[in-house]
Design a protein around this ligand. Structure first.
Ligand code: FES
Ligand SMILES: [Fe+2]
Length: 398
């Protein structure tokens, strides 16, 4: 299950205990073959997030990319959301271009006009009534594994990822107090970043860089307050504290909401959480909103990043509500981060690049790299081989 262009020794170097490990080799960031491998084994082989469930309206369908494949998501008026491979059962035409949506109760193939219900059943096949053995029941759309959690939709194209609950582990309990499933998208933004998808994740997991590139962020949250949590699922992450007098991540540390998210208490009102659900969703719960980043790798050095700001529906319905206190802060911070990861991407193309060491404040980066390197080693996300707490550097309270 070798990864093209990456040696066993390079993988083992990334899997050494924290404090002794090295980062990934350049091929992991710049090689077309590696990205193709990752699309198949990580994005199609794991649970990839394809968006918010609320974006698939009743009586509609939408085509999304998932790893090295394309799926149609559909929802009947009282039905669950379903995912089907985006291919007609007649002669294989794609049903809908990726990224597009359509309203209506039937999915019609543009080639010869076969029509399917939103439950995937074949409803009509012109010029087949004269074939005595032809039965529409034999040609439904092929269903893919799908799961809704927290209002997000996940798909597993390969069909053999671990059960979703096992994949998620205790991240479910961590996010539960924020009741993400009832939050609504108050603002969205999209970026194309000129860097590899993994560099964006690695950058997200440390504040070692904050004093250097985020003058606004360090006014509201201390770069030294980050703590790493130890994964029991396909995730990595931790928390950071707000500074005294600060209540959320915004330019002045104040909230523009009339109240914090319902049900939060104690430390939940003083912390911002930063979690990656492998391979492509970053979930950042704040006391008054959740920010998410969802990735689609376009090329080794190009990644589409979709950001959502999720708020309480009552807040969004309030007269005068404006989410831009949160959006503006993170748009500035995002762009500072993209500038850093794009600099890394340029460096990765240098003949002089070799995998480097990680500092004591980059343990979550270590865990994120470990997930990838362990995946390279096993040919899939292996929940039996996750990063272990460092004996030397483990914090006593985690
Ligand atoms: S390929 Fe779809 S109707 Fe022929
Ligand atoms: Fe940053």
């Amino acid at each position: 299950m070798a990864v093209p262009g990456i040696t066993e020794a390079q993988i083992e170097a990334a899997l050494q205990p924290f404090g002794m490990s090295r980062t990934l080799p350049a091929a992991a960031y710049i090689s077309d073959d590696v990205l193709e491998w990752e699309r198949k084994h990580f994005f199609a082989g794991g649970w990839t997030c394809v968006g918010r469930a609320s974006d698939v309206a009743e009586d509609s369908y939408t085509a999304v990319t998932a790893g090295n494949d394309s799926l149609v998501l559909s929802r009947e008026p009282v039905g669950h959301l379903k995912a089907f491979f985006n291919v007609c059962r007649h002669r294989g035409h794609e049903l809908l271009p990726c990224g597009s949506s359509a309203a209506g109760k039937v999915i019609k193939c543009p080639y010869h006009g076969w029509t399917y219900g939103l439950d995937g059943s074949l409803k009509g096949a012109p010029h087949f009534s004269d074939q005595p053995d032809f039965d529409v029941a034999d040609f439904p759309l092929t269903e893919a594994r799908t799961h809704e959690w927290g209002g997000w939709v996940f798909v597993n194209v390969s069909g053999n990822a671990p059960e979703f609950d096992r994949y998620l582990g205790s991240l479910s309990d961590t996010i539960a107090p924020y009741r993400a499933e009832r939050l609504v998208i108050a603002a969205r933004d999209e970026y194309v970043v000129k860097s590899n998808w993994k560099s964006i994740i690695e950058n997200y997991h440390e504040c070692y860089h904050c004093n250097h590139i985020h003058p606004e962020l360090v006014q509201v949250s201390s770069p030294d307050s980050g703590r790493t949590w130890y994964p029991d699922g396909a995730w990595a992450g931790g928390d950071m504290e707000l500074l005294d007098g600060m209540h959320t991540m915004s330019m002045d540390g104040q909230t523009g909401a009339s109240k914090m998210l319902p049900g939060l208490e104690g430390k939940q009102l003083r912390d911002v959480l930063y979690f990656e659900l492998f391979p492509n969703l970053l979930i950042s719960p704040h006391p008054d909103y959740i920010l998410t980043h969802r990735f689609e790798p376009l090329e080794p050095g190009f990644t589409k990043v979709e950001c959502h700001w999720l708020f309480d529906p009552e807040e969004v319905a309030r007269d005068g509500f404006d989410p831009y206190y949160a959006v503006d802060f993170w748009d500035i911070t995002n762009k500072q981060d993209w500038s850093a990861t794009e600099g890394v991407q340029r460096g990765m193309n240098s003949k002089g690049y070799t995998p480097g060491p990680l500092s004591s404040v980059e343990e979550t980066v270590y865990q994120a790299i470990y997930l990838v390197a362990s995946g390279y080693k096993h040919g899939r996300i292996n929940l039996e081989d996750l990063a272990k707490p460092s004996e030397i550097l483990a914090r006593p309270d985690k």
